[in-house]
Design a protein. Structure first.
Length: 347
C-alpha cells in the first residue's frame, strides 16, 4: 500500500497555550508542546471553542456522574479551526481547511460502532471528559475522519456550533420529527434553541419553548418561536417533547402536554430521577427515549448552519480570549443573560 507522508505546516512554533482544569474553580493557562499528527490525523489550529454546560459542571463540581476529574485536563469540546498539518495517509490538500471538530473518537470496532451507533461506544474518547484532554488550546490533533470541512460561508465561531446543533439534529432524528409535527421544548438554553431551529427545519408545524428565564424566551421570540413563560398553560396537544432543561418538573409538565402517541426525548442532563405518570404512558401510548450526544450528525448540522436554517449568531452572546477561560466558565454558569460564551484562542 502506498502511504502519503506526514505534512506538518511550516513555521509552527513550540508554543501551545491551553486552558487546563486542575480542580474545582482552578483553571490554569499552561504552555504545552505542539502535538504531532499521527497517521490518519490532522493538526488543527483552533479558532473558536464554545463553553458547554458540561464544561461549567466540571469547573463547578469536578465531575459529571461517573466521570470524575482526577488529574489536570484541558477543557472544552465545541470547537473549530484550520488544518495546519496532516499525518500519514491524510490528503495534504486538507491543509488550510476550516473544520468543525467532532469531539468523540470511537474505537470503530465494537458492536455499537459497527451498527453506526458510535456515540454509544464504551471506549469512546470524548474531548474534555476525564481523563481526555479537550480543545481550548492553540493546537489540537484529531482523527481526520472527525474533522468535518465547514462550508465556505462559515467562520470558526459558526462552525464550532456544529457540536450543540448536532445534539438538536440527533434529537429530531430520535423523535422522528416530520412535516406537521407540533413540538414542545422545555428549556430555552443554547441546546433548546438549536433543537427548536432543527425541528423547524425538519418540517415541524409549530415549535413552542418554555423557560423560567425571560432573556432566553426573548431570544426564542426573536427567532420566531412561540414561548410560554414558566411552562404555565401549555396546550396538551404536542406530538413531540424535547426536554432540554434537565429539570424534573419540566419533564413532568412536558409529558402531560403530549398528545396521544406522543414522543418524548430526554436531551438535558441534570435530574438523576425523573417522575413518570405510568397511566399517561400507557393510556396515551407515549414513547419516551433518551439521547447521548449524537452520531453521524455533523454534516447535517453544518449544512443547516450554512443555509441559516439554524442561526447560531443570536445564541453566541459573549466572547473571551484563551487567557480568560476561567472568566468565561464563571459567566456561563452564573450570568442569566449569557447563552453561549465562546473562547477564541487566537485572539
Amino acid at each position: 500500500m502506498t502511504t502519503t507522508p506526514a505534512r506538518p505546516a511550516a513555521g509552527i512554533s513550540g508554543s501551545n497555550p491551553a486552558a487546563v482544569l486542575h480542580a474545582v474553580h482552578d483553571v490554569r493557562i499552561e504552555d504545552r508542546s505542539v502535538p504531532q499528527p499521527a497517521p490518519h490525523e490532522v493538526l488543527v489550529e483552533i479558532g473558536a471553542v464554545g463553553i458547554c454546560g458540561s464544561d461549567v459542571h466540571y469547573y463547578e463540581h469536578g465531575r459529571i456522574g461517573d466521570f470524575v476529574l482526577t488529574s489536570p485536563m484541558v477543557i472544552g469540546h465545541e470547537s473549530a479551526g484550520h488544518v495546519v498539518g496532516v499525518g500519514e495517509d491524510v490528503d495534504p490538500g486538507r491543509v488550510g481547511e476550516l473544520v468543525a471538530l467532532e469531539p468523540g473518537i470511537p474505537c470503530k470496532a465494537c458492536e455499537q460502532c459497527r451498527q453506526g451507533r458510535y456515540n454509544l461506544c464504551p471506549d469512546v474518547q470524548f474531548f474534555a471528559t476525564p481523563p481526555v484532554d479537550g480543545s481550548i488550546a492553540r493546537f489540537v490533533t484529531l482523527d481526520a475522519a472527525f474533522a468535518h470541512p465547514a462550508p465556505e460561508n462559515l467562520d470558526a465561531e459558526q462552525a464550532a456550533m456544529a457540536e450543540p446543533v448536532s445534539v438538536g439534529v440527533w434529537a429530531c432524528r430520535k423523535a422522528g420529527v416530520s412535516v406537521g409535527d407540533r413540538v414542545l421544548i422545555t428549556g430555552a438554553g443554547p441546546v433548546g434553541l438549536f433543537a427548536a431551529q432543527a425541528a423547524r427545519a425538519f418540517g415541524a408545524r409549530s415549535v413552542t419553548l418554555t423557560d423560567l428565564n425571560p432573556h432566553r424566551l426573548a431570544v426564542a421570540d426573536d427567532l420566531g418561536f412561540q414561548t410560554v413563560p414558566g411552562g404555565a398553560g401549555i396546550e396538551a396537544e404536542h406530538d413531540v417533547l424535547f426536554e432540554c432543561s434537565g429539570a424534573a418538573p419540566a419533564f413532568a409538565a412536558g409529558v402531560r402536554a403530549l398528545a396521544r402517541a406522543g414522543r418524548a426525548v430526554v436531551v438535558g442532563m441534570g435530574a438523576e430521577i425523573l417522575p413518570l405518570e405510568v397511566f399517561a404512558l400507557q393510556g396515551r401510548e407515549l414513547t419516551i427515549s433518551g439521547v447521548f450526544r449524537y452520531a453521524n450528525c455533523y454534516p447535517a448540522a453544518l449544512e443547516l448552519i450554512s443555509r441559516e436554517a439554524v442561526d447560531v449568531r443570536p445564541v453566541i452572546t459573549h466572547r473571551f480570549g484563551l487567557e480568560q477561560t476561567e472568566e468565561a466558565l464563571t459567566l456561563a454558569g452564573r450570568d442569566p443573560q449569557a447563552l453561549k460564551a465562546v473562547v477564541l484562542p487566537g485572539s
